[in-house]
Design a protein around this ligand. Sequence first.
Ligand SMILES: Nc1ncnc2c1ncn2[C@@H]1O[C@H](COP(=O)(O)OP(=O)(O)OP(=O)(O)O)[C@@H](O)[C@H]1O
Ligand SMILES: [Mg+2]
Length: 226
Amino acid sequence: MSIEVEHLTKTFHAPGGDVHALNDLNFNIKTGSFVSIIGKSGSGKSTLLSQLGALDNPSKGKIIVDGQDITKLSGHKQTVYRSKKIGFVFQQYNLIPNLTALQNVMLALEFGGVKGSERKPRALKLLASVGLDADQTRRRPSRLSGGQQQRVSIARALANQPAFILADEPTGNLDSDTGQAVFKLLHDLSRQHNTTIIVVTHDLDIAGRTDHTYQLKDGKLIDYKK
Ligand SMILES: Nc1ncnc2c1ncn2[C@@H]1O[C@H](COP(=O)(O)OP(=O)(O)OP(=O)(O)O)[C@@H](O)[C@H]1O
Ligand SMILES: [Mg+2]
């Protein structure tokens, strides 16, 4: 999926005054690109991913995905866009606490319209691809480590072969070997399936190996010079 962002602005109205989280952003991302975004805490990285994923509407501007402005879609069409086109990896995992790892991934497959008999084998394969063993797939999130929960959330994001992956610090809680494995998984997706990927990271080593790195600073997006 290709993305064209024009004059994207997001202002939060907080009791202490307005917060200009995103201030007139303009950029394009080609289909199949693997892009990283870096920036200090509070610089607007998660806010930007929320707008791109239609989890929130901008104050101003356009987000044109494959020729269509997603900010203009009805609520229902935005839901379809999120569930069919996008794989989210959230900063706080957002797993369902009373479902096992396996059930969390199977639920995503159900939402994606995968038929019943195919869900379990596919979910197990996805969980194995991010390095969870059989015992771990049967545990609820509270009985997994932070890094293991993050890997479940990555498996869930990949479940419906999304055209567009938005990942907020996907390797932040992983040891360096697991982080490398997750990075490779994302990299292979962008190369083999032409998946467009935007990853927020603090890891400059990972950022340096993506196709392009942007930096968010004072509400503006600038090219990051390596
Ligand atoms: N709902 C909200 N209401 C008011 N201000 C908000 C809201 N959401 C975010 N902000 C503010 O917008 C700015 C950007 O927040 P955001 O969460 O996008 O930062 P971030 O770059 O993802 O930071 P981190 O690296 O800590 O995750 C911050 O100043 C934050 O306090
Ligand atoms: Mg954030």
